[in-house]
Design a protein around this ligand. Structure first.
Ligand code: BGC
Length: 257
């Protein structure tokens, strides 16, 4: 029994809400590994708060999970209110996300966190930022560009480096992974755009380390060595599970921006 009790304390549950899929899994909080398979359900369209929260509740119920739930969103989350909605339905802006998810998952503690911040937490405790001192910036390249800033092991939440402007467009419009596919850019063409973005950031930020995450980090050999930037850069360790893992960690440890 004691062993079972201990085991359940070390488990967490995270759900990562993305533009095309909502993914949830049990997480071993000792190792940062998923326990068993994750479940993915296509993001409802339109991805309104109630429609998304329904899917989050369905995934949670499918696992029979009754403990704390961590949920990521591609939005600034301030005091559990969504403040932005760059790549998700605009009706999220101003939504009290704690209230929303508590209505859909009554009796369960729900913690909502920005998706890149969740990935930053996952890298901090289980991945490429573990033990790193100084200023670490995680950039996630996907539909948009997310960012997480860690300083000596502490998350500075809600940075939005994907929205600083390069010329007259947001840097995520210039250099996200989705843009590479949409515009059919070659690796050198896309790498040059990422280079522009990071050099832009380096003008006013002096990180000790940059971690590149998102699906594209798997293909790091194709682009990362060709960057001409000041800061050392490494690929993320957790790849596309980072959001789930970081959300589960945040929920279990009361990290609640
Ligand atoms: C959003 C961020 C999010 C990132 C990655 C951006 O468009 O503004 O909050 O972290 O996309 O999903």
């Amino acid at each position: 029994m004691a062993e079972n009790g201990l085991q359940s304390q070390l488990r967490g549950f995270g759900v990562d809400v993305g533009g095309s899929g909502i993914k949830g899994a049990l997480v071993d909080l000792n190792t940062g590994q998923l326990i068993g398979e994750r479940i993915r359900i296509a993001t409802p369209q339109p991805a309104t708060p109630d429609a998304v929260a329904d899917v989050v509740a369905e995934i949670t119920h499918r696992f029979g999970w009754e403990g704390p739930v961590g949920v990521t969103l591609p939005s600034v989350i301030q005091q559990q209110t969504a403040q932005t909605a760059a790549n998700i339905d605009k009706s999220w802006i101003g939504t009290d996300v704690k209230d929303l998810f508590t209505r859909h998952l009554p009796g369960q503690a729900v913690t909502v966190i920005n998706d890149a911040d969740a990935a930053g937490i996952a890298e901090l405790y289980y991945g490429a930022a573990k033990g790193a001192q100084g200023l670490v910036v995680l950039l996630t390249f996907g539909t948009g560009i997310g960012s997480a800033v860690l300083y000596n092991g502490i998350l500075v939440p809600n940075t939005e480096f994907g929205h600083f402007e390069l010329g007259d467009v947001d840097s995520e419009v210039h250099a996200s992974a989705a843009v590479r596919e949409r515009e059919d850019l070659t690796w050198p063409e896309w790498t040059a755009r990422v280079n522009d973005m990071i050099c832009g950031m380096e003008k006013f930020f002096w990180p000790d380390l940059i971690i590149a995450g998102g699906g594209i980090s798997r293909k790091h050999a194709k682009w990362m060595p060709n960057l001409d930037i000041r800061t050392p850069i490494v690929p993320a360790a957790l790849r596309n599970h980072a959001g789930i893992v970081g959300a589960a960690y945040a929920a279990a440890n009361g990290i609640c921006p």
